[in-house]
Write a protein of this length. Structure first.
Length: 269
């Protein structure tokens, strides 16, 4: 009986270690190679190095617009790096926005290894760069996050002043995503990470939530749940297309929603 208990405990421990390994390695998929730069799509840009409080150097691009009122601080998803977002950068910049997009630690030319608190620190470093070095008024900064980047944007928005927040195909929490992917794993096995559902309640600025009804990775119900938990002012838009392509498949609706949101910010509604 004692041996059976020991074996069972050993199996439980191995299963727990395996779940924790999958939990971490299932979140971050960085790519180090920079495939292209905004020059490829005829956009002028500055290649910038920022130093975080823990002395990690992260890479960023600043893409200006000559008549911009707002600056978009762009947090990308969990895979690839900033060079894989050129299509989206071009679309967003065409709306009359300055854009600062960063690579989290471990992505692209950024040093270090990604982890939750680390990428939050990267986001705060980028925000400080805009406000302290570029002297941009916090009320002229919009936080934008796609997928995992939405969790980063919401975390930052709960801490600092901004004009507004836009999230695209973003989940409620890592625990909720783990339940979707591994339904047989007990909930207490999964750390309560990237808990946007709790944090979004503390974000008081205007918010736009974009979801795709065809998303094969993040259920659109999660974005709707974030929207429902958030305080007004808030907006919700549903588009069509797969997780990584919806902004292209629904280009007109996607841009119209963001343009309308920008106009509401300008008009103070």
């Amino acid at each position: 009986m004692f041996k059976i208990a020991v074996y069972a405990l050993g199996i439980f421990a191995l299963f727990f270690i395996y779940v924790k390994y999958i939990e971490y390695n299932g979140v971050f998929f960085p790519s180090k190679r920079i495939e292209a730069t905004p020059n490829l799509i005829n956009l002028a840009f500055e290649d910038i190095g920022l130093i975080t409080p823990d002395k990690i150097k992260i890479n960023a691009w600043f893409i200006p617009h000559s008549s911009a009122k707002f600056t978009l601080l762009f947090f990308h998803g969990n895979a690839g790096n900033l060079s894989h977002r050129l299509d989206k950068i071009a679309m967003l910049q065409s709306l009359g926005l300055n854009i600062l997009i960063i690579d989290y630690r471990g992505y692209g030319k950024s040093q270090g290894k990604p982890y939750e608190k680390g990428i939050y620190a990267d986001a705060e470093t980028a925000y400080t760069y805009l406000t302290a070095e570029r002297k941009i008024n916090p009320e002229d900064i919009i936080l934008y996050g796609e997928s995992l980047g939405g969790a980063v944007a919401i975390d930052l928005a709960a801490k600092v002043k901004t004009a507004g927040v836009i999230t695209e195909v973003t989940f409620t929490s890592a625990r909720d995503m783990a339940k979707k992917i591994f339904p047989i794993v007990p909930g207490f096995f999964i750390a309560d990470r990237f808990n946007s559902l709790d944090k979004v309640k503390r974000v008081t600025v205007p918010k736009l939530f974009i979801a795709s009804r065809d998303d094969e990775i993040i259920p659109p119900a999660m974005a709707l749940k974030l929207y429902q938990a958030a305080a007004a002012p808030k907006e919700f838009t549903e588009i069509n297309g797969r997780h990584n392509d919806a902004f292209l498949d629904s280009k007109e609706k996607y841009l119209a929603a963001i343009k309308s949101f920008l106009e509401s910010l300008k008009n103070g509604r």
